[in-house]
Every structure is written in C-alpha cells, then in structure tokens.
Design a protein around this ligand. Sequence first.
Ligand SMILES: [Zn+2]
Length: 237
Amino acid sequence: MNNIYRLSNLEIEKWKKKSDQVIIIPIGSLEQHGDHLPVSTDSIIIEHLAKKVSEKIQSLYLPAITFGISFEHEPLFNISLSHQTYSNFISEICVSLVKYGMKNIILLNGHHGNMGCLYYISQNVSDKIHSNAKINFINYWNLMKDFDHAGEIETSLVLAINTKLVKMKMARANTKEIAGSRIAYTSLTTRTGSFPRITGNGVWGDPTKASIIKGRSLLENLTQKIVEIVKEFKNFN
Ligand SMILES: [Zn+2]
C-alpha cells in the first residue's frame, strides 16, 4: 500500500521514520487528447508510473494532481492554472510535506506545459524548508527516445494501463503535416492555442499504430529508469 490517499495518520507516522523515505507527487493535466483518449491521459500515465516506482522502492505517492498548465490546447478542452497560481500550489504542497517530516520529494511530471513551472519549485521554497529536505523533478518523456501527444506512444501507454479507457475506433493521426524541427516545435507548442493549429486535430503522431505490447514494454522501461534516477538523487547530498 503506497498510495498516501489510503493510509491513516498512524501508518504515515510509521513510514516517516524510515531512513530512506521518498515521496512522489505525480503531476498531470486535464486537456484534450484527441477523440480516442480521456482528457486525464497525462494524469493516468503519471499516477501509474508513481505507483509502479513506489512498489519497487517502497516510497509513498500522492494521488495525481490532475490540473496543469495547458493553455496551448485552447480552444479544445483544457483546464489551466496560471503559472503563478500553479507554482504557489505545488510549492505549498511541498512545504506542507517537508514541515510534516518528508525529506525526499520527487515531482514526477507527465505534462510538457508544467515543466517551466516545476523547474523552479525547489528554489521557490528553499527559504521555507530545512536544508536536509530535497525536492527534485523528472519529466518522464525525457526518459524515452520518442514522444507524442495522443499518438502511438501515449495511446500505447494508456492501452497497457487500462484498455477500456481507449476508443481505438476514434483514433486519428494529426490532420496537418508536422514537418518542422523539434527545437522550433518545442517553443511553438508553448503558445496559447498553438496545439490545434499545428496539428489540425490536437493529435501529434499516429495512434492507430498503438498496441498494448508496446505500452507494457515502455511502462516497464520507464519504471526502471525512474527508479535509477531516484537512487541518483538520494546519493547526492
Ligand atoms: Zn499527454
């Protein structure tokens, strides 16, 4: 049982005494992921990874933060918080955890738009937490060679987590050709409303190529890589 949501105060108190404690905050989004995936896709993937990692290293994890910064998906469905609000929100969660006695916090990020904000959480809270506490963050897609949005990769991941969540009959690749450089698109996709304009339909990649087998293998690989990085964080004082 690693999900803090289901633990009692007494159980968390016991866990807190562990010398190698790690707590993971899975951070997702609520935004359009084509017509075939739920808007909670990023949150589902990232909470699943937090669970799998926690089972391996006996860490705890919070329920996913299902809101993020997703202005780039306008006018399609998204719920987006401003940078400042989001930064304060995540920072105050971290301060609460450290005040309580958590020493190693991992912000496990599942959505590109949250990245800029998360980069500075550790600095933002440094004068509010004691120096023994560490806050680190991981963008899970950085651990993969390829990535997309509601394409082959994300669709495979969700298929492997829960097939029932995917409406494969509705899966369509991007309707506009995407041919520019990764560097240009990394910037362009941070602009408000850019995502549907660039892709035509809000999908980046081809979800019709997705499979459960691909998804399972990606999930296993990601879990292992995250475990290794968390170990690296722990070794660094
Ligand atoms: Zn996504």
